[in-house]
Design a protein around this ligand. Structure first.
Ligand code: FAD
Length: 503
């Protein structure tokens, strides 16, 4: 093979990664894709995630036809040697994990080109962050900067509609009395022969005892091709974006998706570009097809949160992975590792764990305020929690997991990313969902047979970290609240007795 050859990783599958210019490969450069078995052997992934990634890679290879050499190998190193041979010049876009970046930099003849698939170059972010004079980094400030510099939802120098943040109009509890929000169904793809082949391969790997998976692998629910991802984006913008804002934080037992876009796996596989997603949402608002609170909420998720998380992954450095400010060392129990939702009585946790088991996806609030909050309350090791999220979610990758789990959900970074630990008692879950009604526990009970494990877990967490919470103006009231609890000793005894048992 004559070079330069361009190497595409499995999360670099959209056209942006092969576009010439901005450090991209030469037009018509031969392409190499490597399916590494070792990746699947090292970690016990959700089967639906393994399926999605392999399906997307193989679909991309089929589209590229003769231009691509698709190699199945044990490791990337072996795969590249097989595909490109010694002495071949190879280019690759900046990978999305530190491990992969270390690998490509260590390989002779491989030139690393700038990343694609994000809005802001990491060097621009570093300059922005360093220029803040030691002030704490906050997503809101970053988001406004991105809006200005990318002219997103702006009217001249002002935010469209006059306000940067429309959260006040969003975050409503779900409408009472309805089991579902009543939105048009989200886009779901149709499987192809490639999916059948992937399923056969996964069955064989499992039978051979080579790899093992967790979770169920039903029909593929998320796009594996650019065409499918564009259909999903179009359907979301046309039919579901309008209601995105108000119910962004709400949960319904029978409606796991609500108005969420389900675009994260497509964005993270590189099938969609963030710029086209926010542009489509802005156009819908400018055409009068969706209200500003929903459009701003969606743009904030992508141009604000997603982008911020990507930047922090690189900015905070390798050590961030080991952060453990709260000194949590608990092991994840078996029922959690196995996604054994049926072992759990608490309806919120059992519902959400079942969603993860069955689909490898649940929306932001179940991740943060049910799953993450439970792990935080139980004091589980943040690195183990991060690994669990990475393996069990269809959209999980190292870059997106570290800030979201270590920082946002487990407060293991001591507040570099958020202003306070995110956890709550059952009252929050009750207000924001229909999950508590038929539950065996009562959200307002701290002790006794019907004590809500979320409420008791919350007070146990506050008690364990009362010193730290008392010093933070955003949580000092919670720490003071302990003084009002006449049943604290009984609560702490019951929580200790619960240990790692499924609540
Ligand atoms: P929507 O609610 O429709 O939001 C639109 C888009 O915004 C998403 O598709 C996503 O690309 C982006 N987005 C919003 N918030 C974030 C965020 N905090 N980080 C990154 N992107 C964001 N997101 C992932 O993509 N992969 C993960 O592995 C992941 N793990 C998470 C773990 C925890 C503990 C928490 C609290 C959040 C995590 N998130 C993750 C962020 C967020 O929950 C998901 O992006 C979102 O639920 C995906 O569903 P959606 O596409 O319907 O999102």
């Amino acid at each position: 093979m004559t070079g330069p050859v361009h190497w595409l990783f499995g999360d670099q599958l959209g056209p942006a990664f092969l576009a010439p210019g901005d450090g991209g490969p030469h037009r018509d450069a031969p392409v190499v894709m490597i399916e590494s078995r070792a990746v699947f052997r090292r970690r016990r992934f959700h089967r639906a995630k393994a399926h999605l990634v392999l399906s997307a890679m193989r679909h991309r290879a089929a589209e590229l036809g003769e231009r691509v050499t698709y190699v199945r190998a044990d490791t990337y190193r072996e795969g590249l040697a097989k595909a490109a041979g010694e002495g071949t010049e190879v280019t690759v876009r900046h990978p999305t994990s530190r491990a992969a970046l270390g690998l490509v930099r260590s390989l002779a003849g491989v030139t690393v080109r700038p990343p694609a698939g994000f809005l802001v170059p990491t060097t621009d972010f570093a300059a922005w962050a360093d220029g803040r004079g030691g002030e704490k980094l906050r997503q809101e400030a970053f988001y406004r900067w991105v809006r200005r510099t990318h002219d997103l939802l702006m009217d001249g120098d002002e935010p469209a509609g006059g306000r940067w943040n429309l959260d006040r109009d969003n975050r409503e509890p779900p409408p009472r009395g309805g089991a579902r929000l009543g939105e048009p169904a989200p886009y779901r793809p149709r499987e192809s022969a490639i999916d059948e082949e992937v399923r056969r391969d996964l069955d064989r790997w499992e039978r051979d005892g080579d790899v093992s998976f967790v979770g169920r692998d039903g029909p593929r629910l998320f796009p594996a091709t650019r065409r499918e991802a564009l259909s999903a984006l179009r359907r979301f913008v046309a039919h579901r974006l309008a209601d995105f804002g108000p119910y962004e934080d709400a949960m319904l037992h029978d409606d796991p998706v609500m108005s969420h876009s389900l675009l994260s796996s497509s964005l993270n596989l590189g099938l969609l570009d963030p710029a086209e997603c926010v542009a489509a949402a802005e156009s819908a608002w400018r055409a009068g097809a969706a209200p500003l609170n929903s459009v701003e909420g969606f743009v904030r998720q992508i141009a604000g949160w997603r982008e911020y998380v990507w930047q922090l992954y690189w900015y905070f450095g390798e050590e961030y992975r080991h952060a453990n400010h709260l000194r949590h060392t608990g092991e994840l129990p078996g029922w959690w590792n196995e996604l054994d939702a049926d072992a759990v009585t608490a309806r919120c946790l059992s519902t959400v764990l079942a969603q993860v088991r069955d689909t490898g996806w649940t929306h932001h609030i179940p991740r943060l305020m049910v799953l993450g909050s439970h792990a935080l309350q139980r004091g589980w090791d943040p690195a183990a929690v991060t690994d669990w999220f990475h393996r069990c979610f269809v959209d999980g990758y190292d870059w997106v997991m570290l800030p979201n789990v270590v920082g946002m959900s487990q407060y293991a970074d001591g507040g570099r990313m958020t202003t306070k630990p995110y956890t709550s008692g059952g009252a929050y879950i009750h207000r924001m969902s229909d999950l508590c009604g038929p539950c065996a526990y009562r959200p307002d009970r701290r002790t006794g047979e019907e004590a809500c494990p979320v409420t008791a877990g919350y007070w146990s967490f506050v008690h364990r970290h009362r010193g730290l919470l008392a010093r933070n103006p955003r949580t000092s009231q919670a720490a003071r609240g302990l003084e009002r609890l006449g049943d604290l000793d009984e609560l702490l005894r019951a929580e200790r007795a619960r240990g790692t048992a499924a609540p």
